[in-house]
Each structure stands twice: as structure tokens, then as C-alpha cells.
Write a protein that binds this ligand. Structure first.
Ligand code: PLP
Length: 402
């Protein structure tokens, strides 16, 4: 419960957890049920099929774990790789850093390509590293699709082309925690071997459900681990246990029933809107946010337009201003939750998450609140300028393609 009562609705604009549609909230208010009943598979079996659509996959195998995104990352690594395996990864923000850290702590040998924060994965450097690996010791390439810390989206199609151009058999692992369900994602076309999502962003659910989509090649890698001495330790996250139970609609342990009902409803929301419309809506809301930033005379952390993320914008505050103060003030005074700067960009940026269940007017509320908080903290933006720029853009660009 909040320590202080803040009247009116809280404006939640962190880039996850995101706002939960009312109908999804209602769908999760269910009495407990027997998860071994004859009825249970009628809920779960379609979930395994339908979840593939948000990954852009028909060939993949879906795993649903009661975990946050971090857990599902771990599941992908420990099921498909062996101790000491080499993996290649680019670091350009807090989440790419954390994934590398996890791989190292699991006992993988990570070749790290450092990229400037505010940029993303560099397909050319990836291709060079893979070409140089003539013995094919690199077993996987790991990329964070949407770096939530800096508001940067990497081009996964270009990474796939780089791997193919190098003629390298490495698996491709993609963190889609802040992209899947809101940015275009085509796992089959990009030949992504492990794509992972968390429930609390584009899927518009509370945190607590990790979703992985594993390609046939990824499944082969997982199956080839059986019986090996150097396989990475796992019990709870063992895909083999899931595969014994999931095809019949059951789980090897007690699943989180409300989240599964919520997932059903959230997928229905996405499918009713149409995934291409969902992607279009995020593109429009992302651009409207950037129009506001430009009108304020500020810059985004993303260094070039090609890196712009349509789910989160990290806004660089002027030198000498502590972004944390803007965030705290927005929350305490205006009941607006903005995202904090993490690690290297702590205090230097604040983030507006524009991901999940939102529309023009909800976004304008966040832009107005950010503007008011900046003005209250001495940043000389022109009052109303961000709202004016974003609203003009939004009036000209409908959220729906239809
Ligand atoms: N990857 C990305 C891109 C994220 O944004 C996050 C969380 O914000 C994670 C991974 C970790 O997910 P979780 O906090 O659900 O464990």
C-alpha cells in the first residue's frame, strides 16, 4: 500500500511494469483450480500455440516459466550451452551488461564487444568476429533487441544477415523483454534460436511469467545436452521436464493460474487490435515522444535516429541537473512514475516508457508531467512546448492503420 494517498490515477510510465488493461485485471481474478484436472489443458494448450504469434514464429517451441525476464534468460543459456562454451555478446547498456554478467557467472566464456551506450549491436563487428572464428568455437551470439536502459533498438535482421554472411553455425539468442508484443519481432524470419520475453512489458501483465520461444535448432542444442558431463546445472529450468508435461497441457510443477488466465486475455487484446496495428501504435507514440524531446531542446540517449526505440525514450538532462530529482518530483507532486537512469546513465537521464496499453492522451499526460517536473527543477524548457509538438504529431498520425 502507498505510504501517502495520492489522489487520481497514478500515471505509470516506467518502461515496465506497464499498465494492465482492465479486462486483463478482471481475467486474473479467478478462484484457484486443480491444475491436473481434465479441464486445465483447454486453457493451457492454446496458450503454447498462440504465444508463438507475438514472437513471429510458427516453428518455435514455447516455454512458460513462473519467473521474471532474468529467469527466462537463464533458462535459455543453461539449457542450450555447456560449461566453458564461447558466446559472443555486445554490451551497450545495463541489460546487455547483466546478460553478459549472467553468462560469465554460469561459466560461459563471453567475448564482449563494447559499444557506446546510446548505440546498439554492430552487425559488421559481429560478422568480423565470427569470420575470425574459423574453428566455430563460438556457440551463440547474444543480443538485447531493445536496450531498455538507453532506449535503443538493435537491428536483429541485420545481425542474422551478419551471421549468415560469415557462414557461421552459432545460435542466435535475443532478449526481447522490452520489445516482444510491442515492436515488430520475426523469430522465424530472423532465425532466432532463443527469443525471450517477460510478462510485464508488451504483454501487459504483472511481472512473474517468463516466456521463451526456442527454434528447432535451439531445441536440438537443448536435446544434445542430455547426458553430457559439462552441461550447465539446472533443475527447475530444465526444458526436458517441461517437454514431458507441456504437450498435454500440464506443467511439471504448480503453474501460476491467474497469470495464465491473464496471458490468455492479454493475447486476445493484442490479436483483436492486430499485431501490425500494435507495432504501428508504438511507432507513432515513440515518435510523438521524440517530437516532444526535440521541442524541449533536449536530446535522447539514443545517439542516432536509427537506434530510436519505440517502447522507451531516455532523455538526457542538461549538465549539472540531477535527473533523479525530476523523477522523484514527478512522482511525489504529480503522481507520475518515470523511469530512472541506470548504472552509467544514472542521474543523467530519465525515461518515458511508452510500451503496452496506452494511447495518445495517456502519453500526453506523461509528457505534460515530465515538462512540469523539469520546469519545477529549473530546466528552462518552454512551457507547453513538448505537449504541443507531441499533440500536433498525434493529430496527424492516427494510432490505428485501419
Ligand atoms: N532485459 C531487458 C531488456 C529488460 O528491460 C529487463 C527488465 O527491465 C530484463 C531483461 C530483466 O527482466 P526482469 O526484471 O523481468 O527480470
Amino acid at each position: 500500500m502507498a505510504a501517502t494517498r495520492r489522489p487520481g490515477r497514478n500515471h505509470l510510465f516506467v518502461p515496465g511494469p506497464t499498465n494492465i488493461p482492465d479486462r486483463v485485471l478482471r481475467a486474473m481474478m479467478v478462484q484457484s483450480e486443480d491444475h491436473r484436472s481434465v479441464d486445465f489443458p483447454s486453457l493451457t494448450k492454446p496458450l503454447f500455440e498462440d504465444s508463438k504469434k507475438v514472437f513471429g514464429s510458427t516453428d518455435g517451441t514455447i516455454f512458460l516459466f513462473p519467473s521474471s525476464g532474468t529467469g527466462i534468460w537463464e533458462s535459455a543459456l543453461c539449457n542450450t550451452l555447456a560449461r566453458g562454451d564461447k558466446v559472443l555478446s555486445s554490451r551497450f547498456g545495463q541489460f546487455s551488461h547483466l546478460w553478459i554478467d549472467m553468462a560469465q557467472r554460469l561459466g560461459l566464456d563471453v567475448i564482449v564487444q563494447e559499444e557506446a551506450w546510446g548505440t546498439g549491436a554492430n552487425p559488421q563487428r559481429i560478422e568480423e568476429a565470427l569470420r575470425a572464428d574459423t574453428n566455430h568455437e563460438i556457440k551463440a551470439v547474444m543480443v538485447v533487441h531493445n536496450e531498455t536502459a538507453t532506449g535503443v533498438t538493435s537491428d536483429i535482421g541485420a545481425v542474422r544477415k551478419a551471421i549468415d554472411a560469415a557462414g557461421h553455425p552459432a545460435l542466435l539468442f535475443v532478449d526481447g523483454v522490452s520489445s516482444i508484443g510491442s515492436l515488430p519481432f520475426y523469430a522465424d524470419e530472423w532465425k532466432v534460436d532463443a527469443a525471450i520475453a517477460g510478462s510485464q512489458k508488451g504483454l501487459m501483465l504483472p511481472a512473474g511469467l517468463g516466456v521463451a520461444c526456442i527454434s528447432p535448432k535451439g531445441m536440438q542444442a537443448a536435446e544434445s545436452q542430455a547426458g553430457k558431463n559439462d552441461r550447465l546445472a539446472k533443475v527447475y529450468f530444465d526444458y526436458a521436464d517441461q517437454r514431458k508435461a507441456n504437450p498435454t497441457g500440464y506443467f511439471p510443477y504448480t503453474p501460476p493460474l491467474p497469470l495464465l488466465y491473464g496471458l490468455r486475455e492479454a493475447l486476445d487484446c493484442l490479436f483483436e487490435e492486430g499485431l501490425e496495428n500494435v507495432y504501428h501504435r508504438h511507432a507513432v507514440l515513440g515518435e510523438a515522444t521524440r517530437q516532444a524531446v526535440a521541442a524541449w531542446g533536449l536530446k535522447t540517449c539514443a545517439k542516432e535516429p536509427k537506434w530510436n526505440s519505440d517502447t522507451v525514450t531516455a532523455i538526457v538532462v542538461p549538465e549539472g541537473v540531477d535527473a533523479a530529482k525530476i523523477i522523484k518530483h514527478a512522482y511525489v507532486r504529480y503522481n507520475l512514475a518515470l523511469g530512472a537512469g541506470l548504472s552509467e546513465v544514472a542521474g543523467k537521464v530519465f525515461r518515458i516508457g511508452h510500451v503496452g496499453d496506452l494511447n495518445e492522451l495517456s502519453l500526453l499526460g506523461a509528457i505534460a508531467g515530465a515538462e512540469m517536473s523539469m520546469l519545477d527543477n529549473g530546466i528552462k524548457v518552454t512551457p507547453g512546448s513538448g505537449v504541443a509538438a507531441a499533440s500536433s504529431y498525434l493529430r496527424e498520425n492516427p494510432l490505428s492503420k485501419a
